[in-house]
Design a protein. Structure first.
Length: 164
């Protein structure tokens, strides 16, 4: 499976960009999966529900399944966070895995940067950043892609991972 990442500070527009890319990729018949890294604790379950109660009771994994979807929740219970490669191995086969976060992972990436956020750019610290997607003109050594031209960004990603 091919993977391509998107990095940048919170509020830069990574999630929105990926959300807008997915229909273009799936519209071309590609199977798309996504891995998003959360730097903070998160829970997709609700207190009081059976699955939540099973996890709270100490179950390592809880698999919820139904006619429309299934979800596997795995409690780390103090174990180290799995690598991106380990997480990708859990996915069903697909054409492309879009990855949000994982700045240090060795995969090609686009940095999403909006100057209005007041944050500095991070591409100089991460050699796998190949381009910047921004809503402003930038004086940088990498290609700058228009953050609002989703088709151009999709073409860039597909060209780079040889899906085009």
């Amino acid at each position: 499976m091919q993977a391509f990442g998107f990095v940048g500070y919170s509020g830069a527009g990574k999630t929105t960009l990926i959300e807008r890319m997915i229909p273009l990729l799936t519209g071309e018949g590609l199977r798309v999966s996504l891995i998003k890294h959360a730097h903070h604790g998160f829970d997709i379950d609700k207190p009081g529900k059976d699955s939540f109660r099973f996890r709270e009771a100490g179950a390592s994994e809880v698999l919820l399944t139904g006619a429309q979807r299934w979800a596997l929740m795995h409690e780390m219970r103090g174990a180290p966070e799995p690598s991106l490669a380990q997480q990708m191995s859990l996915l069903s086969p697909c054409d492309i895995v879009l990855v949000e976060g994982f700045k240090s992972a060795e995969l090609p990436k686009i940095e999403v940067h909006r100057p209005v956020t007041g944050q500095s750019m991070i591409y100089t610290h991460f050699p796998n950043v190949l381009a910047i997607a921004s809503d402003a003109s930038l004086d940088v050594s990498l290609p700058v892609l228009d953050l609002n031209d989703i088709s151009a960004i999709v073409r860039f990603v597909k060209r780079h991972i040889e899906l085009e």
